[in-house]
Ligand binder design. Structure first.
Ligand code: TEU
Length: 560
């Protein structure tokens, strides 16, 4: 299991309201007890923090708010001493606009003394279009054009994310070598791998054509022209040859817009370029892809679509590549609020989602706080939000667009990235045990009841159930190796599947609804062969032929 830490929100050790490396170190026993094998640490590098540290100005320095390189190596030692590993966030599609490479690059093609600027091609520069506009119609992920005119250089630079995150020019061999040097440096410090941010955006279609427009979008997202681009595999193979092959590393690439077939190719055990990828299909289930504006409009997701997406990835990667299994991270709403029920059935549905994640084929990921069923937050005022994407949306729609503030706020409540970034809820004290000072972003008011201390004290909590699932996966090879087969494909409430090897079978029954489900025994073998391994409710040990599953009930049976 990989446990994801968003350091700014995990644990503050010095009362400045910002989580830090010493804070994480103080919680290593908690992570170890839960059963984390690997920690994925979101960026801790030097950064102006325009985008939560995904805008790096020095790849080989730690942001002072988080600590020092010494604190980092203490953390690494503490993890290794407990048999855990650490993967760093590798953000190399772009840097901060305060990175020295960018400061040099914007000086122009030639320097005042007439020599060629060695950094001139480190970023993607283009002149204005013939009519004096941006070079093309590409939009940024965070709204608006993906191009910004730099007054110093007199040209536009590409930024697929914020204007403070200029895209590096991977076509330039020296840029690639700089990145490989930096990666080797971290691996030589003892880190165990990388989570690679937006890794399939590195190669852009060279002539930068306009993107097709949906609706009346002024600046469409040009995924067609920058996802899985023409030279991507070449770059990743080179990275593997120059860096990764020389170390024992785990890599997971963030890769929206990848099909299972491509995913199998990227993660193939011998021919692949990465250990795993994060695919995004289940993250799109509640989005209306045909109508991208207004941004963050949520539509109901369907269980049929979840089954379809999951099944495709489970089948195509089986024996070919390796899945990463996740329903949440620092960019998306809390999984229990999005795919479960964060009211009456919070505990039950959080356990059901955990059952799903920990019984599929692939490596399960836990985002900090999901192990106690942390929920979305509803701040009353935009002034309480911190995320650049959220604040841009507000500016576009409300401040500049004159739209209805309440309507935008409600979409932020449902979809905003700050849902995942409120401080870790350790206890019921005013700072939630996260800080003794003023937290950089508000604590979710429900921390008085939803917190680690309460979860540890309650044998029926999401925490203890998740821990049991983690142990189960370690004990049962069928969870790692078994083939996935869907049962009752058309059932509107129940998600039922088996995992099968030559010697074992697992049967998973998940009632993804607020209504009870009654059914006949769905699997081939008679119930007597099956032993109930786990349930999020007190279920019968000897399953009957007719089953009734309560709302959000999950059961895992095992047959030898
Ligand atoms: O996210 C990039 C990414 O692929 C998603 O933001 C995706 O584009 C979006 O959800 C689609 O709607 C990574 C980081 O995880 C994120 O925190 C950063 O802001 C971003 O890259 C830029 O570095």
């Amino acid at each position: 299991m990989v446990y994801q830490i968003y350091p700014r929100s995990f644990q503050d050790s010095d009362g400045d309201g910002i989580g830090d490396l010493k804070g994480i170190r103080a919680r290593l026993d908690y992570l170890h007890d839960l059963g984390a094998d690997v920690i994925w640490l979101c960026p801790v590098y030097q950064s102006p923090n325009d985008d939560g540290g995904y805008d790096i100005s020095d790849y080989q320095a730690i942001l002072p708010e988080f600590g020092t390189l010494e604190d980092f190596s203490d953390l690494l030692d503490g993890l290794h001493a407990r048999g855990m590993k650490l993967i760093m966030d590798l953000v190399v599609n772009h840097t901060s606009d305060e990175h020295p490479w960018f400061l040099e690059s914007r000086k122009g093609r030639t320097l005042p003394d007439g020599t060629l600027n060695p950094y001139r091609d480190y970023y993607i520069w283009r002149p204005a279009s013939e009519d004096g506009q941006e070079p093309n119609n590409w939009g940024s992920h965070f709204g608006g054009s993906a191009w910004k005119l730099d007054p110093e250089r007199g040209e536009y630079f590409l930024h697929l994310f914020s204007p403070r995150q200029p895209d590096l020019n991977w076509e330039h061999p020296e840029v690639r070598q700089e990145i490989y040097r930096m990666m080797r440096w971290w691996l030589d410090q003892g880190v165990d791998g990388f989570r690679m941010d937006t890794i399939n955006m590195l190669s852009k279609v060279p002539d930068f054509p306009d993107a097709p427009q949906k609706q009346d979008e002024r600046y469409p997202l040009a995924e067609l022209h920058f996802l899985n681009g023409p030279r991507l595999l070449e770059y990743l193979r080179e990275m593997r040859r120059e860096v990764l092959d020389h170390y024992d590393v785990l890599t997971v690439g963030e890769a929206p817009g990848v099909s299972p077939e491509l995913g199998a190719q990227y993660t193939h055990e011998t021919e692949g370029v990465l250990s795993m990828i994060f695919q995004f299909e289940q993250m799109a289930l509640d989005k209306d892809l045909a109508h991208p504006t207004p941004r963050w409009t949520q539509v109901p997701w369907s269980l049929a679509a979840l089954k379809e997406v999951t099944g495709r990835w489970q089948h195509v990667l089986h024996g070919q590549g390796w899945n990463s299994v996740y329903l949440s991270n620092h960019d998306v709403p809390r999984m229990v609020s999005r795919f479960g029920d964060d009211g009456e059935y919070r505990v039950q549905s959080a356990k059901l989602l955990a059952t799903f994640l920990h019984t599929l084929q692939g490596t399960p990921y836990i985002y900090q706080g999901d192990e106690i069923g942390t929920t979305n937050v509803q701040f009353r005022s935009i002034s309480e939000y911190r995320d650049v994407d959220t604040l841009n949306l507000w500016r576009e729609e409300v401040t500049e667009g004159g739209g209805d503030p309440q309507a935008t706020l409600e979409r932020i409540w449902a979809q905003g990235r700050d849902n995942a970034r409120t401080p870790m809820q350790w206890d019921a004290t005013p700072g939630a045990g996260f800080t003794t000072g003023t937290p950089w972003i508000g604590v979710n008011p429900n921390h008085t009841t939803v917190n680690v201390q309460a979860a540890l004290a309650d044998p029926d909590s999401v925490y203890w159930y998740t821990r049991e699932l983690i142990r189960l996966r370690q004990d049962l090879p069928v969870i790692v190796d078994g083939r996935y087969d869907l049962l009752l494909p058309d059932h509107p409430q129940l998600y039922a599947y088996t995992r099968t090897t030559d010697t074992e079978q697992l049967l998973v029954l998940l009632n993804f609804s607020r209504e009870p489900v009654t059914l006949d025994w769905p699997a081939a073998s008679p119930p007597a062969c099956y032993r109930l391994l786990l349930s999020n409710l007190a279920a019968t040990q000897r399953p009957e032929l007719h089953l009734t599953l309560a709302p959000f009930e999950a059961r895992v049976y095992h047959a030898l």
